[in-house]
Design a protein around this ligand. Structure first.
Ligand code: SF4
Length: 414
């Protein structure tokens, strides 16, 4: 089993909860700041304790501070966490160290502090340039904040102080038209981000958006318009020189996120903090999603490792169940070597023929391409219409073993 060389650190604090968000977050209010908040200080102590109690491993090649709103932490606080990771694992030469930043939660001086602390890649949660849309999403920042923050990042990149940065956008918003979305894409390209992540809006249970939908107040684009918007994104961004390397991700040459590739490749990673998922050495676990439960789990560490507060554990090759590896693999432009994946999970190879027959219509329409052992969705049509294929695959997998979808019919283990 390969030792992971990546770590995710969850910073749960936000100023407020956005209307579509179901992440494990702790809203602290619009004026809160990590330097003065007792909640932040107490949580950082827990994180330090968890990192220190981790068994350790080879130097980390990627570190990702996600959230939440990690830019609510001061540079000194981020540096303290990086030092703890460095002490436990070491940081490999040229490691990619990413931090998620929210516009309006940092300024240029704070950005300089993060870079001096060791951050070399930033993910900017822009989501939209339209103030009305941002208000409707429950976001705290406005389009002007986003443009200003992007200007600081662009300058830091030009000065060589930052290796790369990414802009997040959300598509498929209520009332969104193709013309509106095109305007958003043009504004994004004008900011010159080396990397763009474009996510579909998903209405999650328990969110304000779900309640709006139940009341009939959320006019989401129909599925075919959502697919058209994805193709529009592909056309606009590839024409601007971005490569489409994953269903939601585009990058200029040399700017693909190394950390994200770890998740998609099925390689293991360490996860720290409440709600974080961890998959070191083929052992997948999810940390509790509240601070109290996380603190409690830390106080009673797992006996085998002395670390990892867990709510669920699944030993799997690559730390991921077969269905999850299949789905994340198909999100990548290069697809997935399904024969190898099936072998790793000791699946009967004849099952893949069943699946192929079931997906024949997609293959005939050239949305799904099967090239020897490799299965991939055509770019852009197959990726844009991926929901149907992925739904069908999940149904196939669940039908194999309704009582235990994690352990369907398997070939004898070698
Ligand atoms: S800023 Fe991000 S993590 Fe925080 S509530 Fe909004 S969407 Fe969720």
């Amino acid at each position: 089993m390969i030792d992971p060389r990546s770590a995710y650190v969850h910073i749960p604090f936000c100023h407020r909860r956005c209307f579509y968000c179901d992440f494990p977050v702790v809203p602290l209010g619009d004026r809160a700041d990590g330097s003065t908040s007792g909640s932040v200080a107490a949580y950082l102590e827990l994180l330090q304790r968890e990192i220190a109690s981790c068994p350790g491993g080879p130097p980390l090649a990627t570190v990702y501070f996600g959230g939440g709103t990690p830019s609510m932490l001061t540079p000194v606080q981020v540096e303290g966490l990086l030092e703890a990771l460095g002490h436990r694992f070491g940081l490999a030469e040229g490691a990619e160290v990413s931090l998620e930043l929210d516009p309006a939660s940092f300024d240029e001086a704070r950005l300089a502090g993060y870079l001096a602390a060791g951050i070399n890649r930033v993910s900017l949660g822009g989501q939209s340039f339209d103030d009305g849309v941002l208000a409707d999403l429950g976001r705290r920042h406005r389009g002007a904040d986003l443009r200003e923050a992007a200007g600081w990042l662009r300058r830091a990149l030009r000065r060589g102080e930052l290796a790369s940065w990414s802009l997040d956008l959300i598509q498929g918003l209520p009332h969104q038209s193709a013309a509106h979305w095109d305007g958003q894409l043009r504004q994004a390209i004008a900011l010159e981000p080396p990397h763009l992540s474009v996510y579909d809006l998903i209405v999650e249970p328990g969110t304000v958006f779900e309640r709006r939908r139940q009341r009939g107040e959320l006019a989401l684009p129909p599925e075919d318009l959502a697919a058209d918007l994805m193709e529009q994104t592909w056309a606009r961004l590839t024409a601007a020189g971005y490569g489409h390397y994953e269903i939601s991700n585009y990058a200029l040459p040399g700017h693909a996120s190394r950390h994200n590739r770890v998740y998609w490749s099925g390689a293991g990673w360490w996860g720290f903090g409440m709600g974080a998922t961890s998959a070191p050495r083929g052992r997948r676990s999810s940390h509790p999603r509240t601070r109290a439960a996380y603190a409690e789990a830390l106080a009673a560490p797992a006996p085998e490792t002395g670390h990892a507060p867990e709510t669920a554990t699944t030993p799997e090759p690559g730390g991921m169940p077969f269905d999850e590896q299949l789905l994340v693999g198909l999100r990548r432009r290069e697809g997935v070597n399904l024969q190898r994946l099936a072998r790793q999970h000791h699946l009967d190879p004849s099952l893949l023929e069943d699946l192929r027959r079931r997906l024949a219509a997609y293959e005939q329409r050239q949305l799904l391409c099967i090239e020897g052992p490799r299965w991939r969705l055509a770019d852009p049509d197959g990726l844009a219409l991926s929901n149907g294929v992925l739904r069908e695959m999940l149904a196939w997998w669940q039908e194999l073993e309704p009582l235990s979808p994690r352990t369907p019919r398997r070939a004898a283990a070698p």
